[in-house]
Design a protein around this ligand. Structure first.
Ligand SMILES: *[C@@H]1O[C@H](CO)[C@@H](O)[C@H](O)[C@H]1NC(C)=O
Ligand SMILES: *[C@@H]1O[C@H](CO)[C@@H](O)[C@H](O)[C@H]1NC(C)=O
Ligand SMILES: *[C@@H]1O[C@H](CO)[C@@H](O)[C@H](O)[C@H]1NC(C)=O
Ligand SMILES: *[C@@H]1O[C@H](CO)[C@@H](O)[C@H](O)[C@H]1NC(C)=O
Length: 316
């Protein structure tokens, strides 16, 4: 895919368009196909992609545009590139422009502080704890936006990094009210836990006493291992772990866990998609989930999700 950045701040456009320091990235030969709301078409005789970008940049509610180079037409849209439901596809005569001058990613009053992707062979826990890795405030132009889409997991994100917000470094100095832990498959949330974030720090909110609600209700029963650092030995790394007793691999059960390295001491005994790439985001569809078909329990087998997101809500 061909990209280039437009820095509109230095553009001097002849007829006084109000161009401030908005930045856009252009994805060439790409068109928006669904999930967008048109603000309006802009028609001018001398329309160019720069004029189109300037037009979008000067309107607060405009976050994307597409420019048709054959018809010299420009259409403005309100969604952001990361909004769920926004889909793009290749199209020879269209170029897509999207705003990248956001400080952070927000949706309905929540701010995204972390997004991890399955099977990219990069540790979720290392990314979570690595304070040198920061991708927002403002969003980094170099960060692959495919990896930030809340709508779907694009395969072009594979091999790239997990998204990590500056807010993780400043958690203690941020007025965190609630924390939302979410597992996604495509754009669909398949499991969540909502936590009370008051007075927490980066590594302490993920605990049973702070659970407000979840896919499995407000109370998680008989959990024995819960935590972000989770259960780890030289042979195992289960992070963001909500797990029952360690009764031997086949009879174990879980609400959710991240298998965060290739190796898990139970890979050979579990009937789960582990051992061929990591991270693997495991969760239960309802109640507890088994790790093996040979389990003494009658729970359903755990499922695997595509992505893990952590959102925070600040005090009003
Ligand atoms: C240009 O935009 C800025 C910020 O939106 C606004 O304050 C200013 O009044 C605008 N100027 C003109 C000439 O429209
Ligand atoms: C995210 O950015 C917006 C706009 O700059 C800001 O108002 C908001 O406080 C930021 N949220 C957090 C949690 O930093
Ligand atoms: C992750 O590692 C496994 C095993 O070495 C390999 O098969 C897989 O292709 C790797 N995935 C990526 C995205 O590099
Ligand atoms: C708790 O989550 C469930 C979905 O699992 C939802 O239906 C319910 O409204 C939530 N309850 C509260 C108090 O937020």
């Amino acid at each position: 895919m061909l990209y280039f950045l437009l820095f509109c701040a230095l553009l001097r456009l002849t007829d006084g368009l109000n161009v401030t320091s908005h930045r856009f990235r252009i994805q060439k030969h790409t068109k928006l196909t669904s999930g967008v709301t048109k603000i309006r078409d802009v028609s001018r005789r001398d329309m160019t992609i720069l004029v189109c970008a300037a037009q979008c940049g000067s309107e607060d509610q405009c976050n994307m545009f597409d420019f048709n180079e054959r018809q010299n037409s420009c259409t403005l849209f309100s969604q952001t590139i990361f909004d769920p439901g926004v889909l793009r596809s290749p199209s020879p005569e269209y170029h897509l422009g999207f705003r990248i001058d956001f400080d952070n990613i927000t949706s309905a009053g929540w701010t995204l502080v972390f997004k991890a992707h399955k099977l990219i062979n990069s540790s979720v826990y290392n990314a979570w704890t690595n304070s040198d890795q920061v991708h927002d405030h403002p969003l980094l132009p170099g960060f692959p936006f495919e990896c930030l889409s809340l709508g779907y997991v694009d395969t072009s994100c594979a091999g790239n990094q997990h998204f990590r917000s500056l807010i993780l470094n400043e958690w203690r100095h941020t007025d965190v009210d609630r924390v939302w832990f979410s597992l996604k498959t495509g754009s669909t949330q398949v499991a969540f836990i909502e936590f009370d974030g008051l007075g927490s720090d980066r590594d302490t909110w993920f605990t049973e006493s702070r659970v407000l609600n979840s896919t499995w209700g407000p109370y998680l029963s008989s959990v024995q291992h819960m935590g972000i650092s989770g259960y780890f030995t030289s042979a195992t790394a289960r992070r963001f772990n909500v797990f029952g007793p360690l009764t031997g691999c086949v009879d174990e059960w879980l609400y959710t866990t991240v298998v965060d390295q290739m190796q898990d001491e139970c890979n050979n005994q579990w009937d789960l998609p582990t051992g061929t790439g990591f991270p693997v985001f495991l969760y239960s569809r309802s109640g507890k989930a088994s790790t093996s078909r040979a389990s003494v329990h009658t729970y359903d087998l755990a499922q695997a999700a595509d992505a893990l997101e952590v959102w925070i809500k600040l005090f009003d």
